[in-house]
Ligand binder design. Structure first.
Ligand code: GLA
Length: 339
């Protein structure tokens, strides 16, 4: 990523949202995930200077005004200024910035609008980092802003997106392997109608439950000595571990099936992933379940599952082209960049 030019020049940075095709609640334990950056994105444009970051947004009533020395991002108002402050607090740019934010991403849908804002802002403020470093910085910004102990998937998908590809991310070593998305498979994202906000959700509790399971049986990520959830004490932590272990395997199966265009295996993996998120990880809702069931029953739909953290938000569906009209048709897109 290039450094921007002269200080008075207008800087424009764009960062995509993401949809996760499979591999949810695996990133926090160093597991596998297969998100793809999408063609819904956030753009920030403005000029450097001053001792504050001042942004107006096309979808927010009030501006974000953040001092460069901000100490506690989570205390700011309006809410969206917290994400701006999180990036400022992590990056500590030498100079402020005045500009505008425009986004085509829905907020609270589980398409990582906050990650897109963080990544675009870090670039606009002059972050000159590798995609993984940029993602780590923005993950920390997100955690400081929201108090949610999120993993790296959303920020890394936004930073490292590749046109035409999903990204097989190994969250243990933070490696990213692009996997082509066949041109004859359509990816659609359908909102359940339930807003999803992770602050105050059971996200942190789930993270603690899988960490408790790891105390009993060691790392849940893929290992040379396969790990078995049966050794976990307590039925709840055991179910959480079973989800993570089986989901890691499904990501591998799905990535291979995507490369082969093997619809039967894609369908099987998505159905099993949703069932596991519903029954073992308990992050689905009756509305999400009903939406997945309805979509999966439509001829020409390859598979459907909740995507992202759950607790509401969106479903992702793979379908033969032209079958579905619900929701957004999304294209695998390039990652964040300066324009
Ligand atoms: C949220 C978090 C991610 C990940 C997903 C679930 O999007 O920000 O780190 O844990 O939930 O897969």
């Amino acid at each position: 990523m290039n450094r921007r030019g002269a200080e008075t020049e207008t800087v424009t940075a764009v960062a995509p949202g993401r949809v996760n095709l499979i591999g949810d609640h695996t990133d926090t334990t160093g597991g596998l995930a297969l998100p793809m950056a999408i063609d819904l994105a956030t753009t920030i444009s403005g000029t450097q200077g001053g001792d504050r970051v001042v942004l107006i947004s096309n979808d927010q009533d009030d501006p974000a005004v953040v001092a460069l020395g901000v100490e506690d991002p989570s205390a700011l108002e309006p809410d969206w200024a917290r994400y701006v402050a999180g990036v400022v607090a992590e990056l500590r740019p030498a100079e402020g910035f005045t500009g505008s934010v425009s986004t085509t991403l829905p907020v609270g849908a589980g398409l990582s609008s906050s990650a897109a804002l963080e990544v675009a802002l870090a670039l606009a403020l002059g972050a000159d980092l590798s995609a993984v470093e940029l993602a780590r910085l923005c993950q920390r910004a997100e955690q400081r802003a929201s108090g949610v102990p999120c993993g790296i998937m959303d920020q890394l998908a936004s930073a490292a997106g590749v046109a035409g590809h999903a990204l097989l991310i190994d969250c243990h070593n933070e490696s990213v392997a692009p996997v082509p998305v066949p041109g004859d498979i359509e990816v659609r994202v359908i909102h359940s109608g339930e807003q999803r906000f992770l602050a105050g959700s059971a996200y942190a509790q789930r993270r603690a439950e899988v960490e408790a399971a790891e105390v009993d049986i060691g790392p849940l990520r893929l290992r040379s000595d396969p790990v078995d959830a049966d050794g976990v004490t307590g039925p709840v932590a055991r179910r959480r571990a079973r989800h993570v272990i089986s989901e890691n395997q499904r990501v591998q199966d799905f990535a291979a099936a995507l490369a082969d265009g093997d619809r039967t295996s894609l369908s099987r993996a998505m159905a099993a992933s949703h069932a596991s998120l519903r029954d073992d990880f308990e992050v689905s809702t009756p509305t999400l379940d009903a939406l997945v069931d309805r979509l999966a029953a439509i001829p020409g739909v390859i598979g459907a599952r909740l995507t992202g953290a759950g607790f509401g938000g969106c479903v992702v569906a793979l379908a033969e082209p032209g079958i579905l009209t619900d929701g957004w048709k999304v294209q695998p897109s390039p990652g964040a960049r300066l324009l």
